[in-house]
Design a protein around this ligand. Sequence first.
Ligand code: PLP
Length: 383
Amino acid sequence: MSERLEKHLFIAGPAGAEPEVLAALSEPIEPHYGPEFVAKYNECRALFKQALRTEGDLFLIVGPGTAALDAAMASALRDGARVLVPRNGWFGLRTAEMLRAHRCEVDEIEFELGQPIDPDVVAERLAGGDYAAVSWVHHETSTGVLNPVEPISRAAHAVGAITILDAVSSLAGTELLVDDWGIDLCAAVGNKGLAAQPGLAAITVSERAWAAIDANPDTRGWYLDLRVWRRYDREWAAWHPYPTTVPSGILAGLTTTLRLILAEGLDERIVRTRDAATRIREGLRNLGFEMFVDDEHASPITTSVLPHPDLSAEDMLVALRERYQIYVSGGLADLAGKLFRVGHMGRGINEEETELLLNALAELLQEARTAPTENAGVEGANA
Ligand SMILES: Cc1ncc(COP(=O)(O)O)c(C=O)c1O
């Protein structure tokens, strides 16, 4: 067990899991059907709904967060549906790409990197077009900016459009109120703020979303069609309320972390996440780093940081990994080499962990000052 805990994940997800979660993962494999297992699935689903603050429908889909997004798009949007995508980073760009793959007609509004989406601009554009949906990212993980949700939902509903939110990296790190904010299809995942093993994603479905799904004459595939998931949920409720195999260990790990987080209190967890981000930002500034996003718009979930003048981002990431088993994300796509990102999720928000990272960086910078290295770029970093 101790060996498993030696990797210190400060990447922008997946996050390091608590020992109780790792223990649950190694429980014996069990059949994925029958009343006993269905009770476990339903418990996990109920806890996930609590975390997302929804009383609507929720399906736990076997797959990454992208599977939940694909399920939302494939089910609710007919071929040629017009969708508005306000975006301010790589994950927003990816949203537009996914929608085009779903044969939607996509209109994009681009906002500056490091700045949040302006809901007034979105509302204005929505009022001037016949949109079936608005699809955007809550926490833009490529830069660490939190985007507004409720005002965009309100503007969308005012013109009869549904809302599809990518909340993959925001859940459990910041407030996320699915029902109160009118999110019709909210995609989330177990392995970021919830700090479980990757493998299970969640999609919530409002009444408004069901109306759009039921009115959609098109299908794109079967596994990620929410009509299929609803049918199994109803018709096989007692013994197998999902269309395929659910991994028992991953489910047990997810339930365990949800229990831990909800017992701590979601609000308390969010405060602890924010405190970790504050400690890291302050500590990094004290070491001479500059932040990519100003404090007003910086998310508590990921901190984007410009490389230090005394140490290239690449050398820093490699040294952290090789010498301290500390993992930090680089910049994505156009931002490769221009910044690095520290995730505030899972075990990485614990005080001893944030201290470990700041101490390691202080040591590396001290060494770099005595033997400076050349500034080099970072490639191919994970999200
Ligand atoms: C905002 C956002 N959306 C989507 C994804 C993709 O999630 P997954 O890799 O679980 O499919 C990520 C992963 O980092 C993300 O941060």
